[in-house]
Design a binder for this molecule. Structure first.
Ligand SMILES: Nc1nc2c(ncn2[C@@H]2O[C@H](COP(=O)(O)OP(=O)(O)OP(=O)(O)O)[C@@H](O)[C@H]2O)c(=O)[nH]1
Ligand SMILES: [Mg+2]
Length: 333
């Protein structure tokens, strides 16, 4: 694996090099991890404002219309001459074969568009690994010169938070609610949303979409004001991915918000805070990996037995274990 060659390919915008690099960052092999880390580090110099993509996190429950939306929205962007990358983050790996097939037909035009790059989520990964892989894949797309990177996730579990930590904007896609109940959107998700798009505002669903949009506009106004928002944000809007309506308006709002944040220092501040967050995550993941190593597990077993038999206390045994792991780290340099 020639990292320098991959790097040159990515900087030129070579899609095959980008694909291979993403495969590399998705690998869990230790030697691949090392190469991937080096590649991302090498490409960091290629960043800078000129190559900074707008990273948009997009979340929504299964069936809300994410794929259909990305097809319409992404198509609009490439028609404007922008290059668009689409990455999927799927911590559950519960995606059925049907869904992937569905994506192929729902993103048919975009997947054949030379200005678009679509990468489905890697399967069989736990959330900690998924976060790192996706974040590195985003960095690769950025270095490859994409103007917009869409990071899609199914709205289950904590994946929204993970995606929000790698996106400049977070968009929540909702479907029209039947009756007048608010959908079970968790407060935490509402609090990280920058724009709520009520999809399927078409045909019979239009009036329900309109009510849902009003409900969420109201709910958003009740949230605590955030420093990173100009007047009027976060906001709820209606779109129809199927009929391709509201896409321009949604894009205008996203750009307006991104421009305002850039002009007021929030853009850089957010990226800096995210870098710090991912540093902490790497450290935590690294420590967990150390605990999973055979020697650590053996020590855990041994000291655990000692605690169970009352030969020592949990606190003293834990100290002993952590010291042993610390000693190992020292030896490995
Ligand atoms: N009426 C209407 N139907 C839509 C719209 N967008 C998507 N749909 C339909 O909703 C269904 C689900 O759409 P998808 O785009 O596959 O939804 P998804 O969120 O990607 O679903 P998962 O990939 O399973 O999480 C499909 O039958 C779409 O045709 C819309 O704007 N209006
Ligand atoms: Mg989908």
């Amino acid at each position: 694996m020639d990292i320098a060659q991959l790097e040159r390919g990515i900087v030129k915008g070579d899609r095959r090099a980008l694909s291979r690099a993403i495969t590399l960052v998705e690998s869990s092999r230790a030697d691949h991890r090392q190469l991937a880390a080096e590649l991302v580090e090498a490409l960091k110099g290629e960043g800078g404002v000129a190559r900074e993509a707008l990273r948009i996190g997009l979340s929504g429950t299964p069936g809300v219309g994410k794929s259909t939306f990305i097809e319409a929205f992404g198509g609009m962007l490439t028609a404007e001459g922008l290059r668009v990358a689409v990455l999927a983050v799927d911590p559950s790996s519960a995606r059925s074969g049907g869904s992937i097939l569905g994506d192929k037909t729902r993103m048919d035009r975009l997947s054949r568009d030379p200005n678009a790059f679509i990468r489905p989520s890697p399967s069989g990964a736990h959330l900690g690994g998924v976060g790192r892989r996706s974040r590195e894949a985003v960095a690769l797309c950025e270095a490859a010169g994409f103007d917009v990177v869409l990071i899609e996730t199914v709205g289950v579990g904590q994946s929204e938070t993970v995606v929000a930590e790698m996106a400049d904007l977070f968009v929540l896609l909702l479907a029209p609610a039947g009756g007048d109940e608010l959908q079970g959107v968790k407060r935490g998700i509402m609090e990280i949303a920058d724009i709520i798009l009520v999809n399927k505002a078409d045909g019979d669903l239009k009036s329900a979409a309109s009510r849902t949009c009003a409900d969420y506009s109201g709910a958003l106004r009740l949230l605590r004001k955030r420093a990173q928002d100009p007047e009027g944000f976060p906001k709820a809007m209606m779109v129809s991915a199927l009929e391709d309506t509201g896409m321009q308006a949604a894009w205008q709002e996203m750009r307006a918000l991104a421009d305002w944040r850039r002009a007021h220092g929030h853009w850089d501040a957010r990226r800096a805070a995210q870098a710090r967050y991912w540093f902490g995550e790497e450290v935590r993941q690294g420590l967990l990996a150390q605990l999973a190593a055979p020697e650590a597990r053996a020590a855990m077993e041994e000291l655990g037995a000692a605690v169970a038999e009352g030969r020592t206390t949990p606190a003293i045994a834990a100290q002993a274990l952590l010291e042993r792991i610390g000693a190992q780290t020292g030896k490995r340099g």
